[in-house]
Design a protein around this ligand. Structure first.
Ligand code: G1P
Length: 276
């Protein structure tokens, strides 16, 4: 059973400036709920009650969001507005929230390594809050992956097919199809040019990682954009052991881009949101 989930949340959110100048991009709301809360709820629903945030400067709102606000509680306690706090109260009660600060932005691999003291020697989830995933038919994506981990006991990455003209924005896998949307990964490349992409299967921001990944990251040199890439560390792990790619069930919205953010907002407003 996987108990911990790491949330790398130190990024600048430049594509959403000026909104992200003094606010964490993970706190931008999709309708009435911050992006990060959707991610935390997905992790909690998968049984990952221990949420580890790799934060950075200017991200204090994240720590405050997952804690009690006494003044607010006091002001609206007993009024008709109290119902609006129920959702986040439930999240705060269910989760254990820990944080570590990433002082320098050196890539996703580096962010994950920065979270090592919060994870220790156990397999863990990684959730990139920019990728909002919804599965109205059943279990959330992290839960689907956690169940696969119990079966295979190796690292798992979530993948989806993307068109050729978008593939260079992603980590891309190649591997042997095992059926049921599963692939045994033999190659991973970070943001390849379209003509060099080994397939059209792009990694999205959901991972289950076995803890040997930390030692691998420690010896992984900077790759694409001069950053330490988790994709490169997973490529090394795939050579020595096993990494499985999984075509997840559900929808994913790229909330790191303005069109994806708007699409997610419309989807949630039309299908999920309701006024209490
Ligand atoms: C990161 C990863 C990339 C992955 C993507 C998913 O890239 O490095 O491999 O495909 O997340 O959203 P980023 O979007 O942070 O540049």
């Amino acid at each position: 059973m996987i108990e911990k989930c790491l949330f790398p949340v130190a990024g600048y959110g430049t594509r959403f400036l000026p909104a992200t100048k003094s606010t964490a991009k993970e706190m931008l709301p999709i309708v009435n709920k911050p992006l990060l809360q959707y991610g935390v709820e997905e992790a909690l629903a998968a049984g990952m009650n221990n949420c580890a945030f790799v934060t950075g400067r200017g991200k204090r709102a994240i720590a405050d969001h997952f804690d009690i606000s006494y003044e607010l509680e006091h002001q609206i306690s007993g009024t008709s507005k109290e119902k609006y706090l129920q959702g986040i109260r439930g999240v705060i009660d269910q989760g254990i929230f820990t944080m570590v600060r990433q002082r320098e932005m050196k890539g996703l691999g580096h962010a994950i390594l920065t979270g090592e003291p919060l994870i220790g020697d156990q397999a863990f989830g990684v959730l990139l809050a920019d990728d909002l995933c919804m599965n109205q038919e059943g279990a959330g994506v992290l839960q689907q992956m956690s169940e696969l981990y119990n079966q295979f006991r190796c690292s798992i990455v979530a993948v989806m097919e993307v068109p050729d003209d978008q593939i260079s924005a992603y980590g891309v896998i190649a591997g042997e199809a095992m059926g049921d949307g599963l692939y045994r990964v033999d190659k991973m490349v970070e943001k390849p040019a379209a003509e060099e992409a080994p397939s059209n299967l792009a990694v999205i921001g959901r991972y289950i990682l076995t803890p040997d990944i930390f030692d691998i990251i420690r010896t992984t040199p900077p790759g694409r954009n001069g950053e330490v890439q988790i994709t490169d560390a997973l490529q090394a792990q795939a050579q020595n052991g096993c990494v499985i790619a999984y075509k997840f069930k559900g929808r994913r919205f790229d909330c790191g881009s303005v069109p994806g953010f708007v699409e997610a907002t419309n989807f949630v407003y039309e299908n999920i949101y309701y006024d209490l």
